[in-house]
Design a protein around this ligand. Structure first.
Ligand code: PLP
Length: 400
């Protein structure tokens, strides 16, 4: 029998053979809201960050972080339920609940942990968890780890969801979890239809708005508010803070008894160190900037539209997204990696997204935009894409 190191070496060799080895680039410096990076000894323009509003290096956010680190120290020193829950965390929870119009909010160290907490707390043995097939891995893992009966329905197919909800035995609870904005597609879930299906079937609905919070809806309250839906329609809302808000962490917002259940029972809340208070303070500053500078939301959405229009003129058709995530599907994995490498050679960092992150045959370039980009940045990217189109790198894409 091979020993562990032989087995691990064989696992890695198998990955190399499938061409799916992942590697990291070391970012040596970043400027201009993180869109200009120094990587591998040279400069590049990045279209791969989720810092959609360019807040991660905003002077007021950085100053709030430094000031709070001086006041509170760097680490929180304990979990929330021991002694790690500071006035900064508490005020942030109140401000977040207010912003999304929910009675209470609870901070988590990451969105991944928040989703695991929701699955474990609101579903369990005997219940069903139903999820969109294209949900983020953290939601899928939450369903799998919950101990509930777990099933996925076809992407955005509310009729399929209804049918599955109707098949559950009498008395079985159900939790439906969906990305609000699908992270690899940029498209928004059919929120009104999902809410109606859940209400009709007596199921709980949880929307993960990692990519809509801060960008969509009134005051950046997210895709649920943008769809005109309130807390009755979507009782559980999970949003991350490491994307448009530019800091780190996540929160779940909902009715007080739901949030109190998470606080009392969720192991990924209870058994982990609280976020550093300086992160909470920086997040509070980022929320203030978000409100004071609504042009950031408009700017990022306009830049994404400028890119879409230019890409369509080149015969490339991004997925039908009205968000800062604009993917162009190339199909085969090699086509996406070759196009990504060719852009990188020209100084543009656009990641190739391949299985298992997306379904086989739908590998893509995933462009993400930021309010820190300029129109000139978008035009330079489009010029580079035009060169690649001429060289036939997008030959397999419909319309070219
Ligand atoms: C839709 C979605 N949900 C959850 C997460 C996880 O959030 P976090 O990075 O805070 O763990 C991400 C991305 O990271 C995401 O894209």
């Amino acid at each position: 029998m091979p020993d562990a190191s032989d087995r691990l070496a064989a696992n890695l060799a198998a990955l190399v053979q499938t061409g799916r080895v992942r590697s990291r680039r070391v970012v040596e410096a970043r400027e201009q809201g993180g869109v200009r990076l120094h990587v591998d000894g040279r400069d590049c323009l990045a279209f791969c960050s989720n810092d959609y509003l360019g807040l991660a290096d905003h002077p007021e956010v950085v100053e709030a972080f430094c000031g709070a680190a001086r006041a509170w120290g760097v680490g929180s020193g304990a979990s929330h339920l021991i002694s790690g829950h500071t006035a900064e965390h508490h005020a942030l929870e109140e401000e977040l609940a207010d912003l999304v119009g929910r009675p209470r909010a609870l901070l988590f160290s990451t969105g991944y942990m928040a989703n695991l907490a929701i699955g474990a707390t609101f579903a369990g043995r005997g219940a069903w968890v139903l999820e969109d097939r294209l949900n983020h891995a953290s939601l899928l893992d939450a369903g799998l780890a919950s101990g509930a009966r777990f099933a996925r329905y076809a992407h955005a197919d509310v009729a399929a969801l209804r049918e599955r909800l109707g098949r559950r035995p009498a008395g079985a609870g159900a939790l439906v979890m969906s990305d609000g904005v699908f992270s690899m597609d940029g498209t928004v879930a059919p929120l009104r239809e999902l809410a109606a299906a859940c209400a009709a079937a007596g199921a709980e609905l949880c929307i993960d708005d990692a990519h809509g919070f801060g960008v969509l809806g009134p005051h950046g309250a997210g895709c649920v508010a943008a769809a005109g839906l309130g807390p009755e329609a979507v009782p559980l809302l999970m949003c991350t803070l490491g994307k448009a808000v530019g800091t780190f962490g996540a929160f779940v917002a909902g009715p007080a008894p739901y949030i109190e259940n998470l606080l009392q029972r969720a192991r990924t809340y209870i058994y982990t160190t609280a976020l550093p208070p300086a992160v909470a303070a920086a997040t509070r500053a980022a929320l203030r900037v978000m409100q004071a500078e609504p042009w950031r939301r408009q700017q990022v959405l306009q830049l994404a539209q400028r890119f879409r229009a230019g890409a369509c003129r080149l015969g490339l058709q991004p997925l039908p997204s009205g968000t800062p995530i604009q993917p162009i599907v190339l199909g085969p994995e090699a086509a996406a990696t070759v196009a990504s490498a060719a852009l990188y050679e020209r100084g543009f960092w656009v990641p190739a997204i391949r299985p298992p992150t997306v379904p086989a045959g739908s590998s893509r370039l995933r462009f993400t935009f930021s309010a820190a980009h300029s129109t000139d940045d978008i035009d330079r990217l489009l010029d580079a894409l035009a060169t690649l189109v001429q060289r036939g790198l997008f030959a397999g894409v419909q319309g070219t």
